[in-house]
Design a protein around this ligand. Structure first.
Ligand SMILES: Cc1ncc(COP(=O)(O)O)c(C=O)c1O
Length: 356
């Protein structure tokens, strides 16, 4: 159930700032699905589209890796984490992490009870010293043994971990024998923001498993679980099947990835979404009574807006959340958000600010 204001007639069809999930399917993914819809092909992932998508992901990361396509990010994260832990272990993540607060306990459920331990940290990021503190807090048999660090990239607060920041957490993880998981629901936006090769913020920085998000980048459905550590991928296919995550017509999950990856659409769309978010930030930064809450580094702007402005924008048909992460209004841009959407939104916001 959504906690955003009910859509009014005005909002129907309008591009919104509520979520990058509100956007439709990008043309490249759509064309690829249409192409994949020809004739009969083998099922359950034993098809050419899935092989091709997996090869393109290997090319992108410039390494050998094992890839599995599942229906969504919650399944990707939960099953990946379950494959990295025993039930008596613990997973360390930021206190705003999706795996902690927005997956209805799925990581704990699929891992048969592995405990999630949360870490506070500025701007949605964990500090390595805090990771160390939680790992070394206790070493007795009564404490759920820390086993995995999970980073969200880009973070829930629209910020991004730099290469050095990931490596600093990795050095703590290595020291204590922990594996590294990355929730990359917005991995594309992070790569676009940092302007790095994908390998630099994944396996070269210690990431064992990446959940590579497709939907927020422009696909309809289907995220990729990418195992850089092949040991952890053992029997992952069984885990997917048991969890109801093995698509019989797998080509429709994998074909969009071919469309997204083969000519770089994934990065183009992410760069675009980030750039529109920057434009939005510039449009509202410095306005009276508006406070930008976190450094905008990807495709989301978080801002504190006066109550009358929030209500007024909602009444005018704008949809956005005001409860994500640490609060404030989250204004999220997608692959199809246009500068003109920002102009319209900012114009409404300014007119509401002027009202007494
Ligand atoms: C950071 C993060 N991780 C994972 C997900 C994936 O969630 P879903 O299961 O809705 O695809 C989301 C979606 O909002 C997210 O924001």
């Amino acid at each position: 159930m959504s906690r955003v204001l009910k859509p009014t007639k005005l909002s129907q069809g309008k591009r919104q700032f509520a979520s990058d999930n509100y956007a439709g399917v990008c043309p490249e993914a759509w064309a690829s699905i249409a192409k994949a819809n020809a004739g009969h092909v083998r099922s359950y992932g034993d098809d050419e589209w899935t092989a091709k998508a997996s090869d393109l992901i290997r090319e992108l990361f410039e390494t050998r890796c094992e890839i599995f396509f599942v229906f969504n990010g919650t399944a990707a994260n939960s099953l990946a984490l379950a494959s990295m832990c025993q039930s008596y272990h613990s997973i360390l993540c930021h206190d705003t992490a999706h795996v902690e607060s927005d997956e209805c306990g799925a990581p704990e459920f699929f891992s048969n009870g592995t405990k999630v331990l949360t870490i506070a940290g500025e701007n949605g990021k964990m500090d390595p010293a805090d990771v160390e503190r939680v790992v070394t807090k206790r070493d007795d048999i009564h404490y759920p043994k820390p086993r995995v660090v999970s980073l969200t990239q880009a973070t829930e607060l629209g910020t991004v971990y730099g290469v050095a920041e990931i490596k600093a957490i990795w050095s703590v993880a290595k020291k204590h024998g922990l594996s590294m998981h990355m929730d990359g629901a917005r991995f594309a936006n992070a790569v676009a923001s940092l302007n790095v090769a994908p390998k630099e913020i994944t396996w070269q920085a210690g990431i064992d498993v990446l959940c590579f998000g497709g939907t927020k980048n422009g696909t309809a459905v289907g995220d990729a679980v990418v195992f850089f550590n092949p040991k952890l991928a053992e029997e992952f296919d069984y885990r997917c099947k048991q969890a109801g995550q093995l698509a019989s017509k797998m080509r429709f999950l994998s074909a969009p990835w071919v469309g997204m990856l083969q000519d770089g659409a994934w990065l183009r769309h992410a760069r675009h979404a980030n750039a529109v978010a920057e434009y939005l930030e510039q449009g509202i930064r410095g306005l009276p009574e508006i406070k930008i809450l976190f450094p905008r580094q990807a495709n989301a702007v978080f801002a504190e807006l006066p109550r009358k402005v929030i209500d007024g924008l909602w009444e005018r048909g704008w949809m956005f959340y005001n409860f994500i992460g640490k609060g404030g209004c989250r204004l999220m841009c997608a692959w199809d958000t246009a500068d003109s959407d920002v102009d319209d939104f900012v114009a409404d916001l300014k007119s509401l600010l002027k009202r007494k």
